[in-house]
Design a protein around this ligand. Structure first.
Ligand code: COA
Length: 705
């Protein structure tokens, strides 16, 4: 069959020409797909006997969009525009039948077809904005022609896919089908032919533009303001959508120019960097993916505190059976109550349906005996952060859990190697550092002790996949990757700035304006100052730190100012509100601590606050790389954007360092080293890279060659 290629298959089904994209794993539209589609459109549409063309896909998804790997290369013809122009101009109607996902270029392709139907479980969306891009293959011109300009603006700004029934309601698809999509689509095609319904090019439609005036646009921007904080891509989206009122070819030209501009922005480079870093972080040197991924059906979680209950919910939400074990009846009852309260609130807030909550709750069985961990595929201890207690639990678990199955410890401070040595099989012990709330946060630090085997790590990577979390591998060292950088770098510097003259509100506001989701002092108050103090006490057993080091936070803990939960911390919180109000008492306390250290307080600019906190983070990131705690600079970016609120559109601290230039970073570190002393010594890696004009990105790729 001349019209078929490796990735595009063609078959006659009576009068229907069935075109099938088959480009695993996600039918990304690359050059081969475009070339195949262009050929098939020319050839098949003109074949005698063909009265309608049906476009479908093999695999799990219709298409995840344009091939991201081709974005930074010069475009090779045929372009997607050319393919779509052929579809729209075809002599016979072209129908897209969508299953799984139609995202980005995948949806743009479907929108260029004359008719669309979707399986009821399918999702359709234009997620380009999450990559700092605007839809560049006609999306901003065809979507408003199908659903109206205002609805198109909302859909493009949100970047989230809509369900097939919603897509039907808005006019994006013509029909939603259940059951066998191929059969239903063939019936639809035959109906078109029988009804004499011909091609219906989307480009010929006009745009409904109600509520797409300045007020409507401002309203849409307000709705999406949280996700779009610090971003600029939305301006290009609006400009492109405005051009949809022009004749199609002119609007498409405007869109092309804006799309090219979006690809070259630093924002887009940063967002695409994080996208690929998140996919690379699960690929680890020396760890081969087993042909048969290890089964994770049954999990035991030991310790029904906040973390243990959160971890239990994470597995239950992923459809896994969980035994939640606690040796105290009231501990177990508290865990159960927390789990119920969490699901009740999720249902109330419309996040999940009651039936889904009930199913998850039903998968968690409480127990007071460790023997119930006998048949699990994975055991995770999440008891109180105390080395002796954890050792005791691990040594009791060791003979119970089958020896070939991993035992994980959820710790943020303790040595995995030391803990693993209580096991008769230390190779199966590893750290799984979950981030609170464990059932929500997408980050998972996988910590390898000295003895942890590659097989154990491979299972941990599979666990992350099951939980839909992004794994980052860390070596077993003080604070692992994230907390080490937070404590020795970012938060430490924030405290230092307080001692030198800033106040909590100024530090937080400056860093929030930079793009952090929440400033460091507000984060401390949210998590509990006592939690930080306790964690640091554990860490000091591994490595002490000289004064001043978190002296203010620790003093607040001593004073019972634990944060939001006690209504007072770095800030004051009135009547259970989350609004952080400045507290004169804290100001006085900080001033006293400055005086005790002989520091003359001074006015500090917001720019200095941001520069010092971010530079400290970068310097520690480089140290963590040099020490081999993290394997890739990109892994650090994943940790900080996923787990610590670093603005994703700046790409993470290491990508950000590259964008400002390591020469500049090194020079500023030297400046602060001279001014502030030893802890500002520039990391050797930064000095070396700066001297040879290299970036962290180049360092990563040189090491992976
Ligand atoms: N182009 C090229 N490759 C893509 C891709 C795209 N648009 N979308 C996904 N992939 C690749 C991933 O890199 C990954 O490759 P790997 O196995 O070599 O690491 C593979 O497809 C599977 O993707 P992954 O994200 O790991 O699987 P998932 O099931 O968790 O998610 C998607 C699937 C499609 C939801 C997700 O990959 C996604 O959101 N993709 C981007 C969609 C997008 O933004 N499209 C707009 C571009 S115009």
């Amino acid at each position: 069959m001349g019209a078929s290629s490796n990735v595009i298959r063609f078959e006659h089904v009576g009068s229907v020409g069935l075109i099938r994209m088959d480009n695993p794993p996600v039918n990304a539209i690359n050059h081969a797909v475009r070339a195949g589609l262009a050929d098939v459109m020319t050839e098949a549409a003109n074949r005698p006997g063909i009265q309608v063309l049906l476009l479908m896909s093999a695999g799990d998804v219709f298409s995840a969009g344009a091939d991201i790997g081709e974005f930074d290369r010069p475009a090779e013809e045929p372009s997607q525009h050319m393919v779509q122009a052929r579809i729209e101009a075809a002599r016979v109607p072209v129908v897209a039948a969508i299953h799984g996902l139609a995202l980005g270029g995948g949806l743009e392709l479907a929108m260029a077809c004359h008719y669309r139907l979707a399986h009821t479980t399918a999702k359709l969306g234009l997620p380009e904005i999450t990559l700092g891009l605007i839809p560049g293959a006609g999306g901003t011109q065809r979507l408003p022609r199908l659903i109206g300009a205002r609805a198109a603006l909302d859909m493009i700004l949100s970047g989230s896919p809509v369900s097939a029934p919603d897509a039907h309601a808005s006019g994006l698809v013509d029909e939603v089908v259940e059951g066998d999509l191929r059969e239903a689509a063939l019936v639809f095609c035959r109906r078109l032919v029988a009804g004499g319904l011909g091609p219906r090019p989307t480009c010929d439609r006009s745009v409904a533009s109600e509520r797409f005036d300045e007020a409507g646009i401002a309203e849409a921007l307000r709705v999406h303001s949280r996700a779009l904080k610090g971003r600029t891509t939305q301006n290009l989206v609006i400009e492109a959508l405005k051009a949809a009122s022009l004749p199609f070819s002119q609007g498409a030209e405007v869109e092309s120019a804006l799309a090219h501009r979006s690809v070259t922005t630093r924002e887009s480079q940063a967002l695409r960097h994080v996208f690929s870093a998140e996919r690379e972080s699960g690929k680890v040197k020396g760890i081969t993916k087993p042909a048969q991924p290890p089964e994770i059906r049954q999990v035991a979680v030991i310790g029904a505190g906040t973390m243990g209950s959160g971890i239990a919910m994470a597995f239950a939400d992923a459809g896994r059976e969980v035994t939640l074990i606690d040796n105290a009846e009231d501990g177990l009852a508290r865990g159960r109550a927390m789990i119920h309260a969490t699901y009740t609130s999720s249902v109330k807030r419309g996040r999940i349906r009651q039936s889904i909550a009930d199913e998850s709750i039903g998968r968690i069985t409480g127990s007071m005996t460790l023997a119930d961990a006998a048949n699990v595929d994975l055991a995770i201890e999440a008891v109180f952060e105390d080395i002796d207690l954890k050792k005791e639990v691990l040594s009791s678990l060791d003979p119970i859990v089958p020896p070939e199955r991993p035992i994980a410890t959820n710790t943020s401070t303790l040595s995995i190697t030391e803990l693993s040595r209580v096991s008769a099989h230390p190779g199966r012990v590893l750290g799984l550092h979950f981030f609170a709330p464990a059932h929500v946060s997408r980050l998972l630090e996988v910590v390898r002790g000295s003895d942890t085997t590659p097989e154990t790590v491979a299972t941990a990577l599979q666990v992350a996949k099951v939980l839909k979390k992004v794994p980052v591998i860390s070596a077993d060292a003080f604070g692992f990757i994230g907390n080490r950088m937070m404590l020795d770098g970012y938060f430490r510097e924030a405290e230092q700035l307080l001692l030198e003259g800033a106040l909590p509100m100024q530090v937080d506001r400056a860093l929030e304006a930079f793009g952090f989701a929440m400033g460091p002092q507000r984060v401390s108050d949210l998590g509990g100052n006592d939690v930080g103090t306790k964690a640091r006490l554990q860490l000091y057993k591994r490595e002490p730190r000289p004064d001043p080091y978190f002296v203010i936070a620790d003093r607040l803990t001593e004073l019972g100012r634990l944060g939001q939960k006690t209504g007072r911390g770095f800030y004051c919180y009135k009547n259970g509100s989350r609004d952080a109000l400045p507290d004169p008492e804290v100001k006085g306390l900080i001033e006293t601590m400055s005086a005790q250290r002989g520091i003359t307080r001074r006015l500090i600019s917001d720019a200095e606050i941001v520069e010092r906190c971010v530079l400290a983070l970068i310097n520690l990131g480089a140290t963590v790389l040099e020490e081999g705690v993290a394997a890739r600079a990109a892994d650090i970016d994943v940790v900080w954007t996923r787990g610590y609120g670093f603005p994703r559109h700046l790409g993470g601290p290491m990508f950000y360092a590259d964008t400002v230039g390591l020469g500049h970073v090194a020079e500023r570190l030297r400046h602060y080293h001279e001014k502030l002393g030893h802890y500002w010594r520039p990391a050797g890696l930064i000095r070396r890279l700066a001297a040879s004009g290299l970036s962290f990105e180049q360092w990563d790729s040189n090491r992976n060659q």
